[in-house]
Design a protein around this ligand. Sequence first.
Ligand SMILES: N[C@@H](CCC(=O)N[C@@H](CS)C(=O)NCC(=O)O)C(=O)O
Length: 208
Amino acid sequence: MTTDAEIIFYHRVPSRAQAVRWMLEELGEPYDLRVLDFEKDEHKSPEYLALNPMGKVPTIVHQGVPVSEVAAICAYLADTYPKAGLGVPIGSPGRGPYLKWLFFGPSCFEPAVLEKMVPREGADPSSVGWGSFEAVIDTVAAGLEPGPWFMGGQFTAADIVIGTDLRWGQGMNLLPENPILEAYIDRLNERPALNRATKLDNEIAALS
Ligand SMILES: N[C@@H](CCC(=O)N[C@@H](CS)C(=O)NCC(=O)O)C(=O)O
């Protein structure tokens, strides 16, 4: 689908790009969807590699500039479209903690959960950036107290970044029993934008 939307979104289902689909649905701005066919190696085409040299999804292009990496895209969109209230502006006391959670997603939470799925021998908690799976889980659960979101009463891009990994970890049975995390995931699952994104992505999955 091609429109005159400001945002072009390179997508694939299933993938981490589903976090960006959710972000875009929360944002409420129009976007031009380009679904890449991995079977045809469209993500390794010269045109796509010029946008994302990793040959991975997601990527967005905004005002001619490509942005990749889930957390960077979510942070960028939150800053660029502040009316949606999904970011914490520079100068606000919460800006630092907000950035902490945004970076904690890909640098600590995701690698810890992936390591839980595929354990590696000899990872020293003091040298790996995420410490340990248990420490990461405890940190996230403590960050959700009192909640309901990482930034208290404000739902932000950080909830989309970490929330996506939490929902995935729960689906893969990788999370320990934890009432704080379970209640948080239940709250995420009630968000209309997430339900819209899931429905749209299920329609893509049904076509392939
Ligand atoms: N660090 C990247 C990870 C992106 C990523 O690994 N995407 C996978 C799908 S979940 C991909 O495109 N894999 C295709 C490939 O590597 O060939 C991000 O956060 O955006």
